[in-house]
Design a protein around this ligand. Structure first.
Ligand code: ADP
Ligand code: MG
Length: 456
């Protein structure tokens, strides 16, 4: 009997669990779920983009092999984050029933069953002083679309939950009225689609697609500033929907009045309904959000660790989430328990606690930074070539990767032309010795280290 996607993945996971440290399994794989299965591909959704990269890098080969053995045929595994940013080229998706790809259809990885992220629900959204009005308005719109607040205009800084809330409305409406025609479109995509449709002479199709919606979500409308042709088009779409009593939800990084690059007639329409802001979360809300995230991902985070992260990451919810992911990565890499000390190390390593956690530091960036200092290429560093101009920076890169990321020696060797772990040890010693004996060299290495500590 054919197994379903979920059955295949569950079995692959339990096999993987047996051969991985429990901490790594829980951090990286436990939260994943299978979305679809065709003859030769299994699509798996993971907690974040970062998880996807991590899993592909470290566990991809092992997981495919396990899956292949289980099914007795080759199976390609595709991973994608559960929080898909719709690609610019994908047309607006109507979300009636999610359509699962059929066998032999196009590659699963490119398939977007829905423009709405199912993880962005009201249940997963923590209400605090910072977002109370916005959240209440969203609930009201979800209960009675196009009645009270039309349009609903949410604004606030990056990573504060605007996109989440707008999807939550759509999810709530679809749960009770699955036939609702919904379209989620980031403004950038709206613009790109318009341009493409003008080039292809298909503007009428473009218009029809949006004007037949019951619920239109337009994200990051500030992107339309200065784009007159797109604004014109959006103005007519807005009017068509509004006149037909369809709900429109908009988000922006600023209130309508502070969008000077938008036409006056759009700004005034945006103010017809309700304008609600979202502010950065206060300490209590940050703690509540961290607790909720931990609970959702079945993670145990000590109250002290939660307190530390909540005090350290003050700007946005995205930053909080990044800090947790980073901490898990550290804990998993170094096989250490999650403690306040570890949280401190992991947050500091990306450039200081206060002020934000940037992209997690990876070996590629170390290699690139070193390469650019020594005026060579990072391809050169990862090659097998042994010319003097490459040897020194290659040793420095190995030293810094070991020092900053604590990667296993064998893994570092692999990154640099497949060298074995004793070569890596030798390289690291060479750097340490040289730093001891040559102050200029030492300063150079230290300054690269400093640069890498800054957020990216
Ligand atoms: P924005 O669109 O304002 O830039 P997002 O909606 O993308 O922000 O939110 C960033 C991340 O933070 C998302 O993963 C989202 O789920 C999460 N998030 C934001 N606010 C909250 C909240 N109040 N409760 C739980 N998660 C939140
Ligand atoms: Mg957003």
């Amino acid at each position: 009997m054919e197994l379903t996607a979920a059955e295949v993945w569950t079995r692959v996971l339990s096999a993987a669990r047996a051969s991985l440290p429990e901490q790594s399994y829980r951090t990286w794989l436990a939260g994943s779920s299978a979305i679809a299965l065709t003859d030769d591909e299994l699509l798996v959704e993971c907690a974040s983009e970062f998880h996807v990269e991590w899993i592909e890098d470290r566990y991809g080969a092992m997981l495919s092999e396990l899956a292949g053995r289980l099914l007795g045929r080759e199976l390609r595994l595709s991973f994608r984050p559960g929080d898909p940013e719709p690609a610019a080229s994908v047309p607006a998706v109507e979300v009636a029933a999610p359509t699962l790809p059929t066998k032999g259809g196009p590659s699963l990885a490119r398939e977007r069953p829905s423009g709405i992220n199912e993880r962005y629900t009201f249940e997963r959204f923590v209400v605090g002083n910072n977002n109370q009005l916005a959240s209440a308005a969203c609930h009201a719109v979800a209960r009675e679309p196009a009645r009270m607040y039309n349009p609903l205009f949410l604004y606030g800084g990056v990573g504060l939950g605007k996109t989440h809330l707008m999807h939550a409305i759509a999810n709530a409406i679809l749960a009770t009225r699955p036939e609702t025609r919904v379209s989620y479109v980031p403004s950038e995509r709206f613009t790109n689609e318009l341009v493409t449709s003008i080039q292809a002479g298909t503007t009428p199709d473009f218009r029809r697609r949006y004007r037949q919606m019951d619920l239109l979500l337009v994200d990051d409308i500030h992107f339309l500033e200065g784009k007159e042709r797109t604004q014109e088009e959006f103005f007519h779409t807005f009017n068509a929907l509004y006149d037909a009593r369809k709900q429109i939800i908009l988000t922006s990084d600023r209130p309508p009045k502070e969008l000077p690059g938008l036409e006056e007639r759009l700004i005034s329409r945006f103010e017809w309904g309700l304008v609600a802001d979202i502010k950065p979360p206060d300490y209590e809300t940050r703690v509540a959000i961290l607790r909720k995230k931990a609970e959702e991902d079945s993670l145990f985070l000590d109250p002290e660790v939660i307190d530390f992260i909540a005090r350290s990451c003050t700007n946005s919810v995205r930053e909080l989430e990044g800090a947790v992911i980073k901490l898990l990565a550290y804990s998993s890499l170094t096989n250490q328990e999650i403690t306040v000390d570890l949280a401190q190390t992991s947050l500091l390593s990306s450039g200081g606690v206060i002020g934000g956690v940037g992209e997690p530091l990876g070996p590629e960036r170390v290699s690139e930074t070193v390469a650019s200092r020594w005026k060579v290429t990072s391809d050169g560093l990862s090659s097998k070539r042994r010319t003097k101009d490459l040897t020194v920076p290659r040793q420095v890169a190995m030293y810094l990767i070991r020092d900053l990321l604590d990667l296993p020696l064998a893994q570092i060797g692999k990154l640099f032309g497949g060298r074995d772990h004793s070569t890596v040890i030798h390289s690291i010693r060479k750097v340490e010795d040289a730093m001891g004996g040559d102050p200029d060299f030492r300063r150079e290495v230290e300054s690269v280290r400093e640069e890498l500590r800054k957020p990216f």
